[in-house]
Design a protein around this ligand. Structure first.
Ligand code: PLP
Length: 302
């Protein structure tokens, strides 16, 4: 077994907001220094089951964008296990520029091979997958963001006795695997809220393919679109870090928390509610985001 169960329990911290509800955060970002947050759990069974097949030439292939936390996590997993990894990266222009991108530099340093494809090719990932399986029949191909049935099973491990006591469970939603796992394995009386950081109208149906329950609600938290960073966002994350000593990142957790604060202020939650949000990690993305902000002469994320 390559990815291990943690020996220490993941802390749940109160965020003292002094409102009519109580807010807590579970620090999955602390689970592993390189394979951070929900990506650890989404990879857990995918990788461990694959290792059991004892492929002669093991290879993990996956897909992602230029700043992808998933690419970063898979590359680290490859390094840890000595398994070769291949990342299919969206954007052929990055072939010349990957050295300016901290996520891709890290992936390369972890030994990942990078193949840059056009946005058009990337959109037709099924075709690419077919081709890759033909070329590398023994490879494990993990979809974008790591979401599949094994990932959903792994997310079960984000829930335990400590998470049972909350009325609401909150997570950022990219491809929906994390939300599906929380929905499937939480207690019957718990409500799940997914903060959508992508504008994708098919997300709800994709999630319903991965969970048997309808205990979740999706709310829009894209704030201008996936990966778009606005100055309000940066200010919010920086204030949050100063006040509560917890770092957030601009693509997922920063947007979830901003929207969650807006909902609390708008009295979405009944008085006395206990809310738990998951810190799904992704802090590696801050460096790349700051390089972009710096170029635009904007305030940086601290
Ligand atoms: C990938 C990611 C998510 C989204 O998870 P999905 O299962 O794809 O919805 C949330 N937060 C962080 C930090 C991530 O890296």
């Amino acid at each position: 077994m390559l990815l291990q169960l943690p020996t220490e329990t993941i802390p749940i911290q109160e965020i003292p907001i002094h409102k009519k509800v109580k807010l807590f955060i579970k620090r999955e970002d602390l689970i592993h220094p390189q394979i951070s947050g929900n990506k650890y759990w989404k990879l857990f069974y995918n990788i461990n089951n694959y290792l059991e097949t004892l492929a002669e030439n093991p290879l993990i292939i996956t897909f992602g964008g230029a700043y992808s936390n998933h690419i970063s996590a898979v590359s680290a997993t490859g390094k840890l296990s000595g398994i070769k990894t291949l990342g299919i990266i969206r954007g052929e222009e990055l072939e010349q520029k990957w050295r300016d991108n901290p996520t891709l530099v890290l992936a390369k340093r972890n030994g990942m091979n990078l193949k840059f494809v056009t946005r058009e090719e990337y959109r037709h990932k099924e075709k690419l997958t077919e081709f890759l399986l033909h070329e590398f029949p023994e490879a494990l191909i993990i979809p974008e963001g790591g979401t599949n049935k094994n990932a959903v099973q792994g997310v079960k491990m984000m829930l335990n006795n400590d998470t049972k006591d909350f009325d609401y469970l909150c997570t950022a939603v990219g491809t929906g695997g994390t939300l599906a796992g929380i929905s499937e394995f939480c207690e019957d009386n718990q409500k799940v809220i997914g903060f959508k950081v992508v504008e994708d109208s098919s997300l709800e149906n994709k999630i319903l393919e991965l969970t048997s329950k309808r205990n979740f609600h999706l709310t829009d938290a894209a704030f201008g679109g996936y990966g778009k960073i606005n100055d309000e966002n940066v200010r919010f994350m920086n204030d949050f870090k100063v006040k509560f000593k917890i770092p957030l990142e601009p693509v997922y957790t920063g947007k979830m928390m901003l929207k969650l604060f807006e909902m609390i202020d708008a009295d979405y939650f009944p008085e006395g509610s206990k809310i738990l949000c998951f810190h799904t990690g992704g802090l590696q993305g801050i460096e790349g985001a700051n390089l972009l902000l710096e170029k635009q002469n904007r305030n940086l994320i601290i």
